[in-house]
Ligand binder design. Structure first.
Ligand code: E4P
Length: 280
C-alpha cells in the first residue's frame, strides 16, 4: 500500500472512531509502528489529525481540503482544454462516455494519464463481486491514481469493501438516495456519486438528496466524500458547493459556463472602451 493510500485509510478510521492508537493502526494496516508514527507526523504537518501520546485524534480542521472539481468526460480534447486552465482535480468516466470516444479503454485511460495527474474514475462492467474485484485490480494497474467506480448493488458493495481494505480507492456510483449513500460509506468507499440531474429529470429535487447525504455523513463522521454527479447547470454546482459536498463532477459545457456572467462581459467591454479614451 502506498503512503497516500495509508493516509486515506487512517483518515477513514479516524472519521469513524475519532481516536486510534499506533498499535491498532499498525495491526489493521499491516505495517510497522515506526511507519505509522512517520505517517502520523506527516499527516499532523498537513493539519489532517492531531498526534496524542501513543496515537492520534481527528483534527477538526480536516474539512479545509477544498472542493474538488472533476471533469465528467472521456474526451481527450475536453480534458486537454480543462487541464490547461489548471482548475480540474480529476476526471470521471463511465461506460457511456467511454463508448462515445470509440477507443480501447486501456489506451484511453493511459492517454488521459499523460494529460493530467489527478484521479481518473473508471467503471468495471462486471456485476458479480469476484469479477468486479478482478476487473478493478486490472484497472488499478493502468495508472497510479485510479478510482474504481462501482454501481450500487449488493455485489458491488461486497467488492467495494474488499477493494477498500486492499488499498484500492473506490467510488460508489448511480446513487439516488441517502440510504444507498449510507451503505456506500459503510462499505468504505472513498467517494459517493449521487446523480442529482437524473433525479431532476424525473421531477424530483436532486439537491435535496445531496443535502441529506451530506447530513447523514456528518452525523456519523463518515470519511467518504460526496462528489455530486449528473450535473446539468452552473446553478447545481452553486447549490452543491453550498451544501458542503466534497466536490462535483461536471460536463465540459457546464465547466465553460461556470465562469460566464453577462455583467462581467458588459463590465469588461466598458473598462476597455473607457481605457481607449485616455489620451496617450
Ligand atoms: C459521473 O460519475 C456520472 O457518470 C455522470 O455524472 C452521469 O451523468 P449523466 O446523468 O449526465 O449521464
Amino acid at each position: 500500500m502506498f503512503n497516500s493510500q495509508r493516509h486515506e485509510e487512517i483518515l477513514k478510521i479516524l472519521a469513524e472512531k475519532r481516536s486510534i492508537t499506533v498499535e491498532e493502526l499498525s495491526r489493521s494496516l499491516k505495517v510497522s509502528s515506526s511507519t505509522i508514527r512517520r505517517d502520523l507526523e506527516e499527516m499532523e504537518g498537513k493539519g489532517l489529525l492531531r498526534r496524542t501520546h501513543g496515537g492520534a485524534i481527528r483534527e477538526r480542521k480536516e474539512r479545509a481540503r477544498g472542493m474538488k472539481i472533476f471533469l465528467d468526460t472521456a474526451s481527450i480534447e475536453e480534458i486537454k482544454k480543462a487541464t490547461d486552465w489548471g482548475l480540474i482535480d480529476g476526471v470521471t468516466t463511465n461506460p457511456s462516455s467511454i463508448a462515445k470516444e470509440g477507443k480501447d479503454l486501456e489506451a484511453l485511460i493511459k492517454e488521459i494519464a499523460t494529460i493530467m495527474d489527478g484521479p481518473i474514475c473508471v467503471e468495471p462492467v462486471a456485476t458479480e463481486a469476484g469479477k468486479i474485484i478482478s476487473e478493478a485490480e486490472e484497472l488499478a494497474k493502468l495508472y497510479k491514481n485510479i478510482i474504481v467506480k462501482i454501481p450500487i448493488t449488493l455485489e458491488g458493495l461486497k467488492a467495494v469493501k474488499i477493494l477498500s481494505k486492499g488499498g484500492i480507492k473506490t467510488g460508489v456510483t448511480l446513487i439516488f438516495s441517502s440510504s444507498q449513500a449510507l451503505l456506500a460509506a459503510k462499505a468504505g468507499a472513498t467517494y459517493c456519486f449521487p446523480f442529482a440531474g437524473r433525479l431532476d429529470d424525473i421531477g424530483q429535487e436532486g439537491m435535496d438528496m445531496v443535502k441529506d447525504i451530506v447530513q447523514v455523513y456528518k452525523n456519523y463522521g463518515f470519511g467518504t466524500e460526496v462528489i455530486v454527479a449528473s450535473i446539468r447547470s452552473p446553478l447545481q454546482v452553486q447549490k452543491a458547493a453550498l451544501s458542503g459536498v466534497g466536490g462535483v463532477t461536471i460536463p465540459f459545457d457546464v465547466f465553460e459556463r461556470l465562469i460566464k456572467h453577462p455583467l462581467t462581459d458588459e463590465g469588461m467591454e466598458k473598462f476597455l472602451s473607457d481605457w481607449k479614451k485616455i489620451p496617450k
